[in-house]
Design a protein around this ligand. Structure first.
Ligand code: NOJ
Length: 519
């Protein structure tokens, strides 16, 4: 039986709203800008959009510090614009997923302003206040505790000090958070991406984390008391009941520092639909990118996810990572980007495609004085932050790449005159048309969406696997090397359904990608 379940069989496209399209000439992207490109997204062939946060934010972590969960930041639009976006997206059969950042609020949220106003304020217990800090470290550097001179206590923040962690053990907090989900579902949201959800609950005794080897103070401790507490499960259960009271709603969790088995444990009946396992990403440029490593990574996740009958997710790029095209490729050549896209769209799991990935956008490089991202400002030049992968979408070769008619909040990549949507739409061999072809094939081919995964023996430098349903078999073959390679051929008759060059069956030219279907 092949029915199309949007969050399992579809492809989810992540938009970082301030960088997608600026409709009102303030240099920041906005919701109306997104609406104006829905036809583009429909034509590309995606099924859902995940919007990074667009709620009011003082921008201490560029949207991941929210001061009001139930509104739209005026720079990005209004609630009416959101409703229009939902209606227009639904009209094109595109679902809308919101990013909910509920582990922490902005320090400008009225909840925190009240909480910090006095020790006996009714919202004092909505955050985590203590007389003495423990050894916990903030992910963006320094102690996770900030002293507040007004009430002479410390509050906990796992990220910047402007992002105080909410006390999820407080009943009223949990109720307020469930109201946030309800509010957006009533406005038509189809799903949610939960920011660092497995950090919601902390060990109530707040014990020191034990030490381990690592570079930064943050890495020199085992994060066992600040994440992954057992109280998460009953909450997920409550959340899932709420989601299930609306038709076809979805929640995907962003796991924070979690192991693969732990990630899987958060998904399934009465829990989340999915959680990111980040099998092919790393912040570190030395991450291996070769078939042997990929085969192992795929095998690892297949074992864990298949064993638990849980649907995996596949991610190559997002707003926190160097873009895959530049992470794995050099210069302007898109061969590696096409290999990454093939994995993204042909492995078993829901693909998450990051805006601009379809034209293999590269990261911008910034001078120290231009860095905006807090961890980049703190750790430059060891770590230059995440601005690089958040540059404006490159639509065409007009000034500011057609993103805006004024100087954008981050510079446009200098390659935009050549690398842009319009130019690639006109080039049959472009990354754009390759991505679009693959998206179309994936949609037409049940084996690519739902089929099992079987690795094939393949010569060094190549990766080959089968995706199979009861009545369909697809063979995916990729050459990661600059040599021509002969590929042993499985029995049967195979018809080519996609290829990056015209070479014969069984021979893979350098960096060639071929997909076949059994006839
Ligand atoms: C994970 C988000 O993806 C990242 O962008 C953010 O900085 C942290 N969570 C804190 O919210």
């Amino acid at each position: 039986m092949d029915f199309f379940l949007w969050w399992r069989d579809g492809v989810i496209y992540q938009i970082y709203p301030r960088s997608f399209s600026d409709s009102n000439g303030d240099g920041l992207g906005d919701l109306v800008g997104i609406v104006s490109h829905l036809d583009y997204l429909q034509d590309l062939g995606i099924d859902a959009i995940w919007l990074s946060p667009f709620q009011p934010t003082p921008d201490k972590d560029f949207g991941y510090d929210i001061s009001n969960y139930m509104d739209v930041d005026p720079r990005f639009g209004t609630l009416a614009d959101f409703s229009r976006l939902v209606a227009e997206a639904h009209r094109r059969d595109i679902r809308i997923i919101l990013d909910l950042v509920l582990n922490h609020t902005s320090d400008q949220h009225t909840w925190f302003r009240e909480s910090r106003s006095s020790q006996d304020n009714l919202k004092r217990d909505w955050y985590i206040w203590r007389d003495h800090p423990n050894n916990w470290q903030a992910s963006f550097g320094g102690s996770a505790w900030e002293y507040d001179p007004v009430t002479r206590q410390y509050y906990l923040h796992l990220f910047t000090k402007e992002q105080p962690d909410v006390n999820w053990r407080n009943r009223e907090v949990r109720k307020a958070m469930l109201d946030v989900f309800r509010f957006w579902m009533e406005l038509g949201a189809d799903g949610f991406r939960l920011d660092v959800f497995n950090a919601y609950f902390k060990d109530p005794q707040l014990p020191d984390n034990p030490p381990k080897f690592g570079l930064r103070a943050f890495d020199r401790q085992q994060h066992i008391h600040d994440i992954d507490q057992p109280e998460m499960m009953p909450f997920l259960n409550e959340l899932r009941s709420l989601l299930d009271s609306y038709p076809e709603r979805y929640a995907v969790g962003e796991t924070y520092l979690a192991t693969l088995p732990k990630t899987v444990s958060y998904c399934g009946k009465g829990k989340l639909h999915a959680a990111f396992s980040f099998d092919f990403t790393a912040n570190d440029l030395s991450f291996p990118w070769n078939p042997a490593w990929l085969r192992d990574q795929i095998a690892r996740r297949e074992e864990v996810f298949n064993g638990a009958a849980i649907w995996p997710t596949t991610v190559m790029s997002n707003h926190d990572l160097p873009r895959a095209a530049g992470r794995y490729g050099r210069g302007e050549d898109d061969a590696q980007a096409k290999l990454a896209m093939t994995l993204l769209l042909t492995l078993r799991g829901t693909p998450f495609l990051y805006y601009g990935e379809e034209i293999a956008m590269r990261d911008i490089s910034l001078k120290r004085s231009e860095i905006l991202d807090p961890p980049g400002r703190k750790y430059w030049p060891i770590y230059k932050g995440r601005d690089g992968c958040r540059s404006p979408m490159q639509w065409n070769d007009e000034p500011f790449a057609g993103f805006s008619n004024t100087r954008p909040w981050l510079p446009v990549h200098p390659d935009y005159a050549q690398r842009n949507v319009a130019a690639q739409q006109a080039d049959p061999h472009s990354m754009f048309n390759f991505t679009k072809d693959l998206l179309r094939l994936r949609k037409e081919t049940p084996a690519l969406r739902r089929g099992s995964y079987t690795p094939l023996q393949a010569p060094r430098g190549t990766l080959a696997y089968l995706r199979q349903t009861d009545d369909q078999s697809v063979l995916v073959a990729m050459n990661f090397s600059k040599r021509q390679v002969n590929l042993p051929w499985p029995a049967g008759d195979w018809r080519v359904i996609l290829t990056t060059s015209e070479d014969a069956r069984g021979v893979l030219a350098p960096y060639q990608i071929q997909l076949f279907i059994k006839v």
